[in-house]
Every structure is written in C-alpha cells, then in structure tokens.
Design a protein around this ligand. Structure first.
Ligand code: ADP
Length: 265
C-alpha cells in the first residue's frame, strides 16, 4: 500500500540561490525552506548578507543562480510579490515626511488596494484597529516623525500586517528599541505566529532575540548553520560565522552568548 503524506508547501523556498548587486554576489548557494507558521531568525555579522537574503525574497536583489519562491510562486526581480508584509529597518523612516500614522499604515495596502490613495471606510477601520492592537490608539493623526523609535517600529509592523499576508519579514526589528518595546514586538510576533503567520526576521541580537526563537539560520554569505538555538549557538559555529571566540552559558533552557574574556570560569 502506498501512503500519501500531505506535506505543506513551504512559504519560503530558496534553492541554490546566489544573489547580489551589479554583478557582485553577496550571498552564495543558499538552500532554505521555511514551512507555514514557522518563526525563523536570520543571524550573522554585518555585511554577511542578511538584508540581501530578504531582498532576494522581495525581488529587489539580482539573482545570479538558483530559484526563489514564495508560497510556490517564483519571485522575479522587479516584480514585487503581494504575498509579503515587509518591515524595513527603522532607519528607513524619513522623519520629516509629512505622513500621518494612519496613512502610513494604509500604505501597506498599496500593492493590493484599488483605491490608493482613496481608501475605503473598511480599510481605514482596519488601520485603526491595527494601531489600537499595537498600542498606538490615539496616534492616528500624529506625523510619523513625532513618534518614538519603538512606536515607529510598531507602526511599521501594523503597515506590514494590514494586507492580511501569511508572511511577515522584518529587517532588524529590535535594533534601537528599548527592552520593553523589544519584548512587546516579540510578543506581537508570537501572537501573529499563533494565528498561522510565517515570520522571518534578521537580528544582531543573539541573546534577547535569537536565543528565544525556535529556529535560527546563521549566515556568512553562505548558510553556516540552521536549527534550534541549542544547536546553532555554539562556540564553534559562532566563531566560524563571526570570527570571534565566544562563551556559551546555559541556564536551563536559556542560552547566553557572552564575551569569552569577561566571564569567570
Ligand atoms: P547584512 O544585512 O548582513 O549587514 P547586507 O546584505 O546588507 O548584509 O550586505 C551584504 C553585502 O552586500 C555587503 O558587502 C554590502 O556591502 C553589499 N550590499 C548591500 N546592499 C548593497 C547595494 N544596494 N548595492 C551594492 N552592494 C550592496
């Protein structure tokens, strides 16, 4: 008897991907498959290709080899897919842009709404509900430049969530925010994931962010390791990726990556 096993199609699939800019590869031979509802952190030193990997997925980097697909649909350069909610780095917010918070959230509908910029009542109500859910009730008419860094980060998340995507990708969502905001953001992402959304984020933060995720992909142009924190956050893997020796401290389930020199034996 043959058994048929239903395997969910990956939300994200990269096969043999080499990608970069103007003929120069920044990531090489990447194989990565992310299933629906996974929450994955992409870690690696500065310049290791984390943002490029996200750009390969959004169709904004040059693809030199391999295949990239989202929800089974091939991604082509210059043809941004509608399937993603993308949260750019906070530094990409132009503080002087005369844009109110609610309108910034509605911009997340630009790829799918027929009404841009005349949004429907239902779309406006949705933006309002998202702002409320992300702790920004009452800020609808506030110019985005007047929001704090943590508020701007939550605003970018609302903007990514408004199009009911099954995939949210975030580029360094926790850098430059305080600890409370960081925990708020991780809590919101966990809620989203509990509703079935697939989440891929890049992070510099091995301790507060990466160590708490179910799966980490460590890259330095190529994938150096892929697995749960206890398998990936090891001195050898981190030395191979970051070029520095670190010490790993375990306290039950908690993993702490620390400077090798500062912790007494
Ligand atoms: P990370 O996000 O890990 O810091 P990036 O993906 O931004 O790394 O960068 C990987 C490499 O690609 C770096 O060498 C960087 O200089 C180069 N790079 C990034 N963006 C561009 C770009 N727009 N044009 C040319 N080179 C770029």
């Amino acid at each position: 008897m043959t058994s048929t096993r239903l395997v969910a199609e990956p939300v994200i699939s990269l096969r043999g991907v080499t990608a970069g800019y103007r003929g120069v590869p920044a990531i090489e031979n990447i194989d990565l498959s992310i299933a629906p509802g996974e929450m994955v952190g992409l870690v690696g030193p500065s310049g290791s290709g984390k943002s490029t990997m996200l750009r390969a997925l959004t169709g904004t980097a040059d693809l030199y080899a391999g295949e990239v697909s989202l929800n089974g649909v091939p991604v082509r350069r210059g043809h941004p897919t509608r399937a993603i909610g993308f949260v750019p780095q906070l530094t990409s917010i132009e503080p002087d842009l005369p844009l109110r918070a609610a309108d910034a959230v509605l911009q997340g509908l630009a790829a799918t709404s027929r009404r841009v910029p005349w949004y429907s009542k239902a779309e406006r109500a949705k933006a309002h509900a998202l702002l409320e859910r992300l702790g920004l009730a009452g800020y609808e008419r506030t110019p985005i430049g007047q929001l704090s860094g943590g508020q701007q980060q939550r605003l970018l998340l609302a903007r990514a969530m408004i199009s009911d995507t099954n995939l949210v990708m975030l580029d360094e969502p926790t850098s430059g925010v305080d600890l409370q905001t960081l925990q708020d953001i991780l809590g919101l992402l966990a809620d989203l994931r509990a509703q079935g959304t697939t989440i891929l984020l890049t992070t510099h933060d091995l301790n507060w962010v990466a160590a708490g995720l179910p799966r980490i992909v460590c890259i330095n142009r190529r994938i150096a390791a892929d697995g749960p924190p206890r398998a990936v956050l090891t001195p050898d893997i981190l030395e191979a990726t970051y070029g520095a020796r670190v010490r790993i401290v375990r306290d039950g389930d908690r993993i702490l990556v620390t400077d090798h020199r500062t912790v007494p034996a």
